[in-house]
Design a protein around this ligand. Structure first.
Ligand SMILES: [Zn+2]
Length: 132
């Protein structure tokens, strides 16, 4: 018998891994996972854990954010190419102005995404920090 708490912790551990998909035909990787390869059209893909390192392709900083994110302004979002070639859009955190350049190395970190004011639930997700 599996206790509910064990099942919860197993699910949680899985949740915090960045699992995407890799095409068995052409070798391309994608995050979030896809069912059909956008590069070659194959449906033969497998779930794979994404590497934690990558580099910034481009980025933008904005003050125009929804009400629940206002206290985090300004927010910087970047297109990041992971070390397996997967291109991911994500928030860039902890960068100094000098570090924030195309080509800069990043690492995947898990950070608070938002806090639900009504039920107190805190949501976590992936962001990208400088690889120092
Ligand atoms: Zn493919």
């Amino acid at each position: 018998m599996v206790l509910p708490s064990v099942a919860y912790w197993r699910a949680k551990r899985n949740y915090y891994r960045m699992v995407g998909s890799t095409c068995r035909s052409c070798g391309s990787s994608f995050y979030p996972p896809v069912r059909i390869c956008p590069r070659c059209g194959s449906r033969d893909l497998e779930a794979t854990e994404m590497p934690q390192g990558g580099r910034i392709i481009s980025f933008t900083t904005t003050n125009e954010v929804g009400a629940s994110f206002r206290r985090y302004r300004p927010l910087t979002f970047g297109l990041v190419e992971l070390d397996n070639g997967a291109v991911v859009l994500g928030q860039l955190v902890d960068f100094t102005e000098e570090e924030l350049v195309p080509g800069a190395r990043v690492r995947t970190v898990i950070r608070k995404l938002r806090e639900d004011g009504t039920d107190g639930i805190i949501y976590y997700g992936f962001k990208f920090a400088p690889e120092r």
